[in-house]
Design a binder for this molecule. Structure first.
Ligand SMILES: NC(=O)C1=CN([C@@H]2O[C@H](COP(=O)(O)OP(=O)(O)OC[C@H]3O[C@@H](n4cnc5c(N)ncnc54)[C@H](O)[C@@H]3O)[C@@H](O)[C@H]2O)C=CC1
Ligand SMILES: CC(=O)C(=O)O
Ligand SMILES: [Mg+2]
Length: 467
């Protein structure tokens, strides 16, 4: 069950209520007290901050239970998730201090002019003399933010700031969130191209399909730095890693399994492509209207491409109809589409990847006892399939070897690297994918990316540890 943590600031009238009564009321309403701070002690009354872990669904019950008591005044209820967002989550820090005029004249005018001239004479020097070497733009237009949809560029910012934090903490990459106030494909392409000189790579994020395909394709062709739409390829890379390991757990072979992928948008298209490249022979892509079927015609080029692949089935039907007998379900659509009854129609030893965020396609608590392997995009359940397992290492590797692009062999190598972090001795139903805090993940993905970039000729520099 999804948990949250709240801080209740309360004033207690000691003649009317004891702290023991408050603790009992919180516990009865489903809360678990994890810490207590006395903010203002006093004989007659006191003010305390009580931190409570509680299921998201029971948050209001805890507050309502306390309101029912005489002698307790609720001064404030803070949600700890909101508290970590106060003032934004990142900032820019200088690498060198400016302590005197001499420092000033070197980091800024007049000294800086000589450095500008050197870059003007040799643009490659931008990599050694500016932040370009280590900086990635995380760019969105706010049109497909998590599973929340088109919530706009302002509302998308907390996700992009979060990604920037992860880039830095996990891989030492400086990433900057850019939230564009336009949905126009050409304007997005023009804007990203115009700002690209300062960046060593472009991570596109939460841009809805089908525009995201054209934006990525054009930018990849027109820029000489890597452009990577993480919702497409990051998700597909991590999914493939989990998929390969899940098949090992249930003892099925990739060429025999029937796979249903629901939601053929940014993530779904890339997942289908990667599954086919990895050897899946029976694929059923599904979107809102039902299965995408071999031989039919479709308005979106990517759906049309799928309908022309020999591995795509000819069976028409709704999601629930085509799910019958499937070995694997992969959802990258929206939350709450399936029930336990639906997944029970799948083949024995079923594998379910319910990846919609924040609410999976099926409630994990409901699905758990009916499937052999369950994975979601969430951090509060085992087997978290999240592109954060991939993008820090991918960009660390791409920046270190100054890759021109991130190609298919590099993505496949990254997927295998992630899968390999889980050893056969460790592999089980609840551990098909490593934790994002496993330090081997970034190291192995970086190594795989550089190796594949060198082999495929897109590396412009051989990092010292590869010489
Ligand atoms: N766990 C992870 O690492 C990731 C999860 N996701 C999640 O996957 C979902 C989709 O993300 P994107 O591909 O970026 O969005 P998108 O907007 O590009 O694609 C969503 C697709 O789902 C389809 N869809 C919507 N409702 C549907 C329904 N009831 N049945 C079948 N198809 C339906 C839409 O028509 C669209 O084609 C989101 O919930 C997102 O949070 C996306 C990327 C990474
Ligand atoms: C994880 C992610 O990128 C998404 O849900 O959109
Ligand atoms: Mg995303």
């Amino acid at each position: 069950m999804a948990q949250t943590s709240i801080i209740l600031r309360v004033e207690l009238d000691h003649d009317k209520i004891s702290f023991g009564d408050v603790a009992a009321a919180i516990s009865k309403a489903g809360g678990d007290i994890t810490s207590i701070d006395v903010i203002r002690p006093g004989k007659e009354s006191s003010v305390r901050d009580i931190t409570v872990d509680v299921a998201e669904s029971a948050e209001t019950s805890v507050v309502d239970a306390l309101k029912a008591y005489d002698g307790i005044k609720i001064i404030n209820v803070s949600d700890r998730t909101f508290l970590v967002h106060l003032g934004g989550k990142i900032s820019v820090q200088p690498n060198v201090p400016i302590k005197n005029r001499d420092d000033l004249s070197r980091v800024y005018t007049p000294g800086v002019a000589r450095v500008c001239t050197a870059i003007h004479e040799n643009p490659d020097k931008a990599y050694s003399l500016t932040i370009k070497r280590n900086t990635v733009a995380v760019v969105t237009d706010g049109t497909a933010v998590l599973g929340l949809g088109d919530i706009g560029p302002h509302a998308a910012a907390p996700v992009m700031e979060g990604k920037a934090m992860l880039f830095k903490q996990l891989a030492g990459v400086d990433a900057f969130p850019i939230c564009l106030d336009t949905k126009d494909t050409e304007e997005i392409i023009r804007t990203i191209k115009a700002m690209s000189p300062i960046f060593g790579g472009i991570n596109l994020e939460d841009i809805s399909s089908p525009r995201c395909f054209e934006i990525e394709r054009r930018l990849s062709e027109e820029l000489d730095i890597p452009v990577f739409h993480d919702d497409q390829h990051g998700t597909a890379v991590v999914l493939l890693a989990g998929f390969l390991n899940a098949l090992k757990v249930v003892g099925k072979r990739i060429e025999n399994v029937r796979v249903v992928v629901n939601g053929i948008g940014a993530a779904g298209v890339s997942i289908c492509k990667m599954l086919l490249a990895a050897g899946v022979t029976r694929l059923v892509p599904v979107d809102r209207h039902g299965a995408i079927v071999r031989g039919n015609s479709y308005e979106y080029p990517m759906w049309q491409w799928l309908a022309e692949q020999p591995q795509v089935e000819e069976t028409e039907g709704s999601l629930k109809e085509v799910l019958r007998g499937a070995d694997v379900f992969i959802g990258v659509s929206r939350g709450g589409l399936l029930s336990a009854e639906d997944v029970c129609t799948m083949a024995p030893d079923r594998i379910v990847f319910a990846l919609a965020n924040p609410k999976p396609e099926i409630d994990p608590d409901e699905a758990q006892s009916h499937v052999r392997v369950l994975a979601t995009g969430r951090s509060d359940y085992p087997n978290q399939i999240n592109n954060v397992l991939c993008f820090p290492g991918i960009f660390r590797g791409a920046l270190d070897c100054r890759a021109r692009s991130i190609n298919e062999p590099m993505k496949l190598a990254a997927a295998r690297a992630i899968a390999s972090v889980v050893t056969s001795a460790e592999l089980n139903e609840h551990y098909i994918i490593p934790s994002i805090f496993n330090e081997q993940v970034v190291t192995k993905v970086r190594h795989a990316i550089i190796e594949a970039a060198i082999l495929t000729g897109v590396a412009r520099r051989i990092p010292p540890d590869f010489r």
